[in-house]
Structures are given as structure tokens and as C-alpha cells.
Design a protein around this ligand. Structure first.
Ligand SMILES: CC(C)(COP(=O)(O)OP(=O)(O)OC[C@H]1O[C@@H](n2cnc3c(N)ncnc32)[C@H](O)[C@@H]1OP(=O)(O)O)[C@@H](O)C(=O)NCCC(=O)NCCS
Length: 170
């Protein structure tokens, strides 16, 4: 298994695996995450450096994306999501490798932290903590402790009101 940058030709596979990973009981209904991804790929917050695929050559089996949001409309901060692994490849460490590679890149670029909305039971294992602890406030207060930050450098981490890339529409 290999993690590499997503390229345009991966996108059909990325949409398909995201559909499969987020599918509800109706197999025909498209999960909202697929449309979100479609929009994120043309969003001004899209950054190819932070869209990664996991490949079991030649099959694309996982994808993670982080896009640029902002704090107080002025300080750029990456927001993670969606992340998805093909159902038949889940629980083999693929999601963890995608997250780890994303974090390595963010750290190598000197970013102070990265945020996401997700389940603390899963993301806690990657060092995510409640963003409120660091004064980072989500656009929807009901997210509570599900809105989290992975801190790389507390001294330079901005506090304030976080807003995701426009495609999230929240
Ligand atoms: C979440 C997801 C990306 C994890 O990918 P993965 O390759 O299965 O992850 P890993 O193999 O690295 O880790 C698996 C572990 O995560 C746990 N896990 C997965 N989803 C979880 C969740 N929502 N809450 C808590 N734990 C979760 C599994 O129970 C497993 O735990 P274990 O190691 O103690 O057995 C994958 O399960 C997926 O695509 N899920 C559907 C889409 C989704 O919910 N995406 C995340 C929200 S954006």
C-alpha cells in the first residue's frame, strides 16, 4: 500500500470509494460527502498538497482531503474531511496511514494545527483534542467536542472563529 498525491484521474475512484464508505441503507442515494468532495475539488480552499490517496496498486482504496478554512476570516487553517476507506479495506490501518501522512505534511509545512469535525473516539488516537480548549470556535456551536484540533505548535496556534472552506456551507 502506498500513499501519494491525488491526481485528476483518481477522482472517479475517489467518488466511488467515498460513496461506498458513507453509503446508508439506500444503495442508490448519493451520500452528501460525495457532492461535498465534488465541490471541494473546485473550491478556492482546495490544495493538491493536502489531497491524498491510498493505493493498493493499481486500485485506489482510500482518500483524505484537507482544505483551507480560516480563523476570524483572516488566518488560514486547514480543515480535514471527508476521509474514507473502501469498505473491503477498512480496519487494516489505511485510514491511520492517510491521517499520519496528512499530519506529517502539515507539520513539515510548519502549520500550527489542523481542525476537523469527527468522532473523538476515532480521532483521539491521532492526538486530536476538543478545539474549544484552545479557543477555536466552530461556526455551529452544536458541534461541541466533536470539533477538534490536532495541535502541532500551541505557541503559534490562532484562536477565534473558525470557518471551513466555502463548499462546506456551514
Ligand atoms: C473512518 C475510516 C476512514 C477509518 O479507516 P480505516 O482504514 O478503517 O481505519 P484504521 O484501520 O486505520 O483504524 C481502524 C480503527 O478505527 C476504528 N474506527 C473506525 N471508524 C470509527 C468511528 N467512527 N468511531 C470510532 N472508531 C472508529 C475502528 O473500530 C478500528 O479500531 P481498532 O483499531 O481499535 O480496531 C473508515 O472506517 C471509513 O471510511 N468509514 C466510513 C466513512 C467515515 O465515517 N469517515 C470518517 C468521517 S469523515
Amino acid at each position: 500500500m502506498q500513499i501519494r498525491d491525488e491526481v485528476f484521474d483518481d477522482r472517479a475512484a475517489v467518488f466511488a470509494l467515498t460513496h461506498a464508505a458513507f453509503a446508508g441503507t439506500d444503495p442508490v442515494a448519493e451520500p452528501a460527502e460525495v457532492d461535498l468532495l465534488r465541490n471541494l475539488f473546485t473550491d478556492p480552499g482546495y490544495d493538491p498538497h493536502y489531497s491524498l490517496v491510498a493505493v493498493d496498486t493499481p486500485v485506489v482504496i482510500g482518500h483524505v482531503i484537507a482544505t483551507w478554512g480560516s480563523i476570524d476570516d483572516s488566518k488560514p487553517v486547514l480543515g480535514v474531511g471527508p476521509v474514507a476507506v473502501s469498505p473491503e479495506y477498512q480496519r487494516n490501518g489505511v485510514g491511520s496511514m492517510l491521517m499520519q501522512t496528512l499530519h506529517d505534511r502539515a507539520q513539515a509545512q510548519g502549520l500550527p494545527g489542523i481542525v476537523l469535525l469527527g468522532d473523538p473516539k476515532y480521532y483521539g488516537r491521532f492526538g486530536y483534542e476538543a478545539a474549544a480548549k484552545y479557543g477555536i470556535v466552530p461556526s455551529d456551536p452544536s458541534w461541541g467536542d466533536y470539533f477538534m484540533v490536532r495541535v502541532f505548535d500551541e505557541a503559534t496556534l490562532p484562536a477565534g472563529n473558525f470557518r471551513y472552506a466555502a463548499s462546506f456551507a456551514c
